[in-house]
Design a protein around this ligand. Structure first.
Ligand SMILES: C[S@@+](CC[C@H](N)C(=O)[O-])C[C@H]1O[C@@H](n2cnc3c(N)ncnc32)[C@H](O)[C@@H]1O
Length: 216
């Protein structure tokens, strides 16, 4: 599917979801990282693949500046209405981040980095790293292979799993797969599998907190 068609799928999803449902579902997963988030100071935090912006909203609430980025204009419209103070940027993660290198102290990517083949995901993770300062932090969540959607499809490959859900390719990660993804230039501080309730169903996800190590 072309990037343009993919955007249309997400735009359609967001015009159907509306704002209310996603607000009800927020689980405040960033709360334990509050001091790391506040350490960003006057530097905006990048909410990459922000969707309807509940992370953006939370960050704004605790006093952080935020740049919310997504390729769905429908999502960004909701973010604008919801959190007027956040900057919004339309981008395609696949095309590289349109910001100067080492711009951010913290980047958030909640359930937005698992829509790509593994080699592409690796490139994206390296690009995210390039945009973090030394010791800067990525807080991300990824689909887990333990998630029902993966299990029910029964499409299992050892380290990396992907198949299509409603036209959109999704990848599912094992712990080993994530350790590989963050093997170079990162220090993983948290790697934990959790059950969450999102998008109207129970999901199993991995939560990752990883810092950029200074070596290149
Ligand atoms: C599952 S939603 C997660 C949204 C939000 N972070 C959350 O936790 O609710 C995935 C988001 O990634 C965005 N996305 C998917 N592929 C993208 C790409 N190539 N470039 C930019 N955004 C993308 C979608 O538009 C969608 O908003």
């Amino acid at each position: 599917m072309s990037a343009e068609d993919l955007m249309k799928v997400w735009d359609r999803r967001y015009s159907e979801y509306g704002k209310e449902r996603s607000q009800q579902e927020y689980d405040y997963w960033l709360k334990p990282y509050r001091s790391d988030l506040l350490a960003s100071g006057a530097t905006p935090i990048l909410d990459l693949g922000c969707g309807t912006g509940h992370d953006t909203d939370y960050l704004n609430l605790i006093g952080c500046r935020v740049v919310a980025a997504d390729f769905s204009m429908e999502a960004l419209k909701i973010v604008r209405r919801r959190t007027a103070r956040a900057g919004v940027v339309q981008l395609d993660i696949e095309n590289g981040l349109p910001f100067p290198a080492m711009q951010f102290q913290v980047i958030i990517a909640c359930l937005s980095l698992h829509y790509f083949p593994l080699d592409k995901t690796q490139t994206i993770v390296s690009d995210v790293r390039r945009h973090l300062r030394d010791n800067g932090m990525l807080l991300a969540r990824f689909n887990s292979i333990s998630d029902n959607e993966c299990q029910e499809n029964g499409h299992v490959r050892k380290l990396h799993h992907h198949f299509f859900v409603d036209e959109v390719m999704k990848s599912f990660f094992s712990e080993e797969g994530l350790l590989r993804l963050f093997a170079h230039g990162w220090r993983i501080e948290t790697l934990v599998e959790r059950e969450v309730h999102r998008y109207g169903r129970d999901k199993v996800i991995w939560e990752v907190a990883a810092r950029r190590e200074s070596r290149d």
